[in-house]
Design a protein around this ligand. Structure first.
Ligand code: HEC
Length: 113
C-alpha cells in the first residue's frame, strides 16, 4: 500500500521548485541583458516600484525602450531576439522585487544577485 504522505511530499517539492524556477528565469534574463549597466538583480529591481515596472513592460516594453532611446548599446539589447523571448519573465521578476515590495535580499538559495 502507498503511504499517503508520499504523493503530498512529491507535490510540495514540485511546487516549490517550479516557483523558484519561475523567478530564477527572470533573474537569469536580467543578468544577461541589464546587469552590465544596472548592477545586480535585486539592486536593479529596486530602481523602480512594482507598478512603475509594470508600466515599463506594457506593450512589449515600449516605455523601457523609450527611456533607453539615447543609448545605442541598450537599444540594441532591447531589440534583440533574446529580449523579445524573455521580457515577460524579466518583467515579472522586476515587478516582484520592486522597491515597494520590501524585499531586501542578496541570495535566495538558487541565485545571488
Ligand atoms: C548599455 C547599458 C544599458 C543596458 C543594457 C540597460 N540599461 Fe537601463 N539605463 C541605461 C542608462 C544609461 C539609463 C539612463 C540613466 C539615467 O538617466 O538615470 C537607463 C535607465 C533605465 C531606467 C530608468 C531609471 C529611472 O530612474 O527612471 C530603467 C528602469 C532601466 N534603465 C531599466 C533597465 C532594464 C530593466 C534593462 C534590461 C532589460 C536595462 N535597463 C538595460 C543603460 C542601460
Amino acid at each position: 500500500m502507498i503511504k499517503p504522505w508520499i504523493p503530498i511530499a512529491i507535490c510540495t517539492i514540485f511546487v516549490t521548485t517550479s516557483l523558484h524556477a519561475y523567478s530564477a528565469k527572470g533573474m537569469v534574463a536580467y543578468k544577461k541583458v541589464c546587469k552590465q549597466c544596472h548592477g545586480s538583480g535585486f539592486k536593479g529591481a529596486s530602481m523602480l516600484e512594482s507598478d512603475e515596472w509594470e508600466e515599463m513592460f506594457e506593450k512589449r516594453a515600449e516605455k523601457l525602450k523609450r527611456v533607453h532611446a539615447d543609448d545605442p548599446d541598450a537599444t540594441r539589447v532591447l531589440n534583440s531576439n533574446y529580449f523579445k523571448r524573455h521580457y515577460q519573465s524579466l518583467g515579472n521578476f522586476l515587478r516582484n522585487n520592486g522597491r515597494d515590495m520590501g524585499v531586501v535580499r542578496s541570495c535566495d538559495g538558487l541565485n545571488c544577485g
